[in-house]
Structure formats: structure tokens, C-alpha cells
Design a protein around this ligand. Structure first.
Ligand code: ADP
Length: 161
């Protein structure tokens, strides 16, 4: 039987409950979900790729159907190498749409055998992004309920608390 494998790529700097919501929902649709932390990011990250991978692994319950990995270079090459057919992305607001549409179209132009599937954010997390979490935490504001406890601890450590 063909296992349905999906890749969920992103910066995850750091993982939030918004990401976890997308992961959990993707797991109900696909046999295997690979959470792929990008090494390409042009953004200046707060956490190293290794720290981000460690936090995702620690925050996720043991699950043989979810894998955490990193990738470098063309996403489509990584998707093919893992025999996946689907890229998962989350959509929060119209502001996400333009960029996501462009990425989905360029990826489709490169590889016709890979579909991008968008999961709409749960309304509770629609305002939530890694950037907002970093900003609030840097100002010593509360991030409980936005990120798993282990991520909160890591943020406290990064900001010298
Ligand atoms: P990237 O730099 O690739 O956008 P992110 O870690 O910011 O990496 O986001 C990875 C994916 O998760 C994106 O598709 C983004 O839209 C989605 N995402 C992030 N936060 C949320 C949220 N609160 N609800 C739904 N999707 C989200």
C-alpha cells in the first residue's frame, strides 16, 4: 500500500501551538508527516536549527508517524527524496495568501507531482506567529498558552531569565 507522506516545511523559530495544531490536523489526513526545519532561512533566527529541532522533538508526543528533520536547498528536491507527494502549509490571514500562493505556484511549476495543501488556522491561533512570540517574550510578556512549556523555558533562557 502507498503511504501518504507529507512534508511540513518552515522556520519554526520557535515552534508555537499554531504549528502544533497544523501538525496534529495533518496527522489525521496523512500516514506520515515530516516536519522539516529549513536551513535556508534569510531571516535572522533566534534559535539555531539544532535548537529548533530539539524543541519540536521535545514538545511532540512520541509518534512514529511524525518525523522531525532539517533540509537545505530546494524544497521540492527534499520532498522527492522523501517520497512525499504533498507540502503542507498553514494559512492565517489574507496577508499570508499572496506569498503562499506564489510559493505553491513556483513549486508546482518545478514539480507537477507535488501538491501544496493548505490548512486554515484554528481561529484561536489566527493571531499567533513565531515573530509575535519572540517579540512578547523579549519584552518579558506572557507567552503561556501560545507555546509549549519547553519552548517558554528556552525563550526565557535566550532572553537571560
Ligand atoms: P516560514 O518562515 O516558512 O513561514 P514559519 O515557521 O513561520 O516558517 O511557518 C511555517 C508554516 O506554519 C507556514 O505555513 C505558516 O503559515 C504556518 N503557521 C505558522 N503559525 C501558524 C498559526 N498560528 N496557525 C496556522 N498556521 C501557522
Amino acid at each position: 500500500m502507498n503511504r501518504k507522506i507529507a512534508v511540513y516545511p518552515g522556520s519554526f523559530d520557535p515552534l508555537t501551538f499554531g504549528h502544533l495544531d497544523i501538525i496534529n490536523r495533518a496527522m489525521t489526513i496523512f500516514d506520515e508527516v515530516i516536519i522539516a526545519v529549513t536551513r535556508n532561512s534569510k531571516k535572522d533566527p533566534l534559535f539555531t536549527v539544532e535548537e529548533r529541532v530539539g524543541l519540536i522533538k521535545a514538545a511532540m508526543k512520541e509518534n512514529s508517524r511524525a518525523k522531525v528533520d532539517t533540509f537545505e536547498g530546494l524544497l521540492i528536491d527534499y520532498v522527492h527524496a522523501n517520497k512525499a507527494k504533498v507540502i503542507i502549509r498553514g494559512l492565517r490571514a489574507i496577508s499570508d495568501f499572496e506569498y503562499e500562493l506564489q510559493m505553491a505556484q513556483i513549486n508546482r511549476n518545478i514539480a507537477k507531482d507535488v501538491e501544496t495543501v493548505f490548512l486554515m488556522t484554528s481561529v484561536f491561533y489566527s493571531f499567533l506567529s513565531s515573530s509575535v512570540v519572540k517579540e512578547v517574550s523579549s519584552l518579558n510578556g506572557p507567552v503561556d498558552g501560545l507555546v509549549p512549556p519547553i519552548v517558554k523555558k528556552a525563550l526565557d533562557a535566550k532572553f537571560g531569565r
